[in-house]
Design a protein around this ligand. Structure first.
Ligand code: PGA
Length: 294
């Protein structure tokens, strides 16, 4: 069936006015042009949409059906127009963000703030470690990644937006709390560490390597929550981002050690494949995060 939107609009106006002259005035068209559109529409659907009784015209039964279809079709077209103009403007769409395990302590909150302003945006959020984030980027599974240790080749756009200091933590009654601590002191201790593949773990290994100190890892966890519990319970010391221990510092349930050459100064980065064309909504989110950069 070949029906144009214009035919439907003309039809609806005639159905509303039930008068060709008035309808053509409203449509800024000549009366013969209006009659031609209606005739073509009637030929296309194969039934009469109007009937003339005396000098008046009325909708036929089929005309009433067409009125209801035309309203639905034009309503949907206008809905689609609104939808795509919002998608184009970055107010609507699906945002795929993957966040480093450690960054989730603040990134979920940032995503929540974004959602308050952009309530029409749908989210795919994944929290995982650095290695998986890199694989997601390479396989084009995400729009943007928030991570602490960006990849080093120039395939990626890498934008720092917030400081990420890493500190050594201990239970509050540990003998090193309040002391000036050297790497020599640390290597006598046992550590609770993140799994291989974690950015924090990589930074910890790099720190000990640079200071020529051998690290003793007694326990491995892939969650910062488990690491904090293990440290508080006396299973060892750990290196964590200060972003993960705000509540513990407030309640004085864990202590930061005063270790030489720490805090290890790092940043949180927003990363995406340079080749990837960011969707409007991903671009809106990127600007939202970078506006908050400190
Ligand atoms: P992680 O990432 O949670 O994998 O340790 C944080 C980071 O890259 O610093």
């Amino acid at each position: 069936m070949r029906i144009s939107l214009r035919q439907l609009k003309v039809f609806l106006m005639v159905a509303k006015c039930l008068n060709y002259t008035r309808a053509s005035e409203q449509l800024f068209m000549s009366q013969p042009a209006v009659s031609k559109q209606i005739k073509q529409l009637e030929e296309e659907v194969g039934v009469c949409l109007f009937e003339k009784v005396g000098k008046k015209i009325f909708l036929t039964e089929a005309g009433h059906d067409m009125q209801s279809y035309a309203n639905s079709i034009l309503g949907l077209v206008s809905e689609a127009k609104d939808h795509f103009s919002q998608v184009k403007g970055g107010q609507k769409g699906r945002l795929k963000v993957a966040v480093a395990t450690t960054a989730s302590s603040f990134a979920i909150d940032m995503l929540g703030q974004f959602r308050k302003t952009y309530s029409e945006v749908d989210f795919d959020i994944e929290v995982t470690n650095r290695q998986t984030l890199l694989s997601h980027l390479d396989r084009n599974l995400v729009d943007l990644v928030i991570m602490g240790q960006p990849p080093e080749n120039n395939q990626y756009s890498v934008e720092p937006f917030m400081k990420n200091p890493l500190v050594f933590i201990a239970p509050i009654d540990h003998p090193l709390v309040g002391e000036r601590v050297t790497v020599g002191d640390l290597i006598k201790e046992s550590f609770v560490a993140r799994e291989e593949g974690s950015g924090t773990r990589q930074a910890m290994d790099a720190f000990f390597e640079a200071q020529a100190g051998e690290l003793q890892v007694g326990m491995l966890f892939n969650s910062n929550e488990s690491i904090k519990s293990a440290v508080a319970s006396g299973f060892g010391l750990a290196l964590v981002s200060v972003h993960t221990i705000q509540a513990e510092l407030e309640h004085a349930s864990l202590a930061i050690l005063d270790v030489e050459n720490t805090p290890i100064q790092r940043f949180w980065y927003l990363v995406h494949l340079k080749e990837k064309r960011l969707s409007a909504v991903a671009e809106t989110f990127r600007n939202f995060i970078l506006d908050k950069a400190v």
